[in-house]
Design a protein around this ligand. Structure first.
Ligand code: FMN
Length: 344
């Protein structure tokens, strides 16, 4: 069980992006069960007409190209989100572009949607029909002349292989992308995305930034509700810089991990208030333990996701959180996750 603390020093000697690639290659070499079956019924939950074996998801950005979703489900995640995938392959920003802030248990990245494109991922996702929930996060190419058209392309390309689609308009590393969160642009984007998805397509989730003013939050909540968005993912990385100790603190890009926790938690509360509970929320940002997951659920999250904590806690984290969350739900007398949502 306590395997990762032993190997972590060796992993941390490697440059961060290289360590990431190696971890993904290692996972890819394992055989995929693709199942998320062995969880207590108390952890089961239904959101957007999907049945989750547990509410703990892997956030977008770890497996951008959908190379090992089955193996990742095998680590104990209740769902895995692949991407961000853009219509055309793109290289992303020059390296180095990924930094561990060890003293802060944080990460800064300015990857810039490096990915092999939707068509390559489509082939991989189409191969085995898996039972587990695999969401596909879609974005726009950096040089797209019509960014909204890129989301429409993504919906059409990926709908058949996605348990759900995430419209990501909150990456700080594609200049101007987050302006799609502005009311008029968002209204236009969601109208076109929902039309492309049609009545039979998968649920559509919208992923937002944590760096929003109260008026933006109200606008997004209103537009998302009017277009019947199936869930809001709160949130992506932050461009803000809370006090940090690490030498990499000055790197540009999106900050994630422990220093994002309180901001992401507050934004979840804000969206809960703004939506009046009418849209399911997925809490992301700085979640590293069962207590963090439980707190986010009680603040209104129907599901949670994580990424950065994996770097520090290792591949056993999803299962540990699942076990701990079961104990916390039972301690407080909840029969299931749904009962605890928003109970704080
Ligand atoms: C290296 C890295 C790459 C990421 N890439 C993406 C991405 O492609 N699309 C996306 O929606 N979010 C991406 N994210 C954001 C995460 O999905 C998540 O929202 C954020 O890191 C906060 O969660 P955490 O504190 O648990 O890491 C990325 C995060 C990291 C650290």
């Amino acid at each position: 069980m306590a395997f990762y603390p032993l190997v972590r020093p060796f992993v941390f000697v490697l440059e961060a992006e290289r360590a990431h690639r190696l971890s993904l290659a290692g996972l890819g070499a394992l055989s995929a069960t693709g199942d998320a079956e062995t969880f207590d019924p108390v952890l089961r939950t239904r959101v957007a007409n999907l049945d989750f074996a547990n509410p703990i998801g892997l956030a977008a950005g770890y497996d951008k190209d959908a190379t090992a979703p089955g193996q990742l489900l095998g680590l104990g995640f209740g769902f895995v989100e692949v991407g961000t995938l853009t219509p055309l392959p793109q290289a992303g920003n020059p390296r180095p572009r990924l930094f561990r802030l060890v003293e802060d248990r944080a990460v800064i990245n300015r990857m810039g949607f490096n990915n092999g494109g939707q068509q390559a991922a489509l082939k991989r996702l189409a191969r085995p029909r898996r039972k587990g929930i695999v969401g596909v996060n879609i974005g726009a190419n950096k040089d797209a002349s019509d960014r909204i058209a890129d989301y429409v392309t993504g919906v059409k390309a990926m709908a058949d292989v996605a348990s759900y689609l995430t419209v990501n308009i909150s990456s700080p590393n594609t200049p101007g992308l987050r302006s799609l969160q502005d009311k008029g642009a968002l209204d236009d984007l969601l109208a076109r995305v929902m039309e492309a998805r049609g009545p039979l397509g998968p649920p559509v989730f919208l992923k937002v930034a944590p760096d929003l003013e109260p008026a933006d939050i109200d606008d997004i909540a209103q537009v998302a509700t009017s277009h019947h968005v199936d869930a809001l993912i709160v949130s992506n990385t932050t461009i803000s810089r809370p006090p940090l100790k690490s030498t990499h603190a000055g790197e540009s890009g999106g900050l994630s991990g422990a220093p994002l926790k309180s901001l992401a938690h507050q934004r979840l509360r804000d969206f809960r208030k703004a939506t009046g509970g009418s849209i399911p929320l997925i809490g992301v940002g700085g979640i590293a333990s069962a207590e963090d997951a439980y707190d986010r659920i009680r603040a209104g999250a129907s599901l949670i996701q994580l990424y950065s904590a994996l770097v520090y806690e290792g591949p056993g984290l999803a299962r540990r959180i699942a076990d701990g969350l079961k104990a916390l739900l039972e301690r407080d007398g909840f029969a299931n996750v749904a009962q605890a949502v928003g109970s704080e």
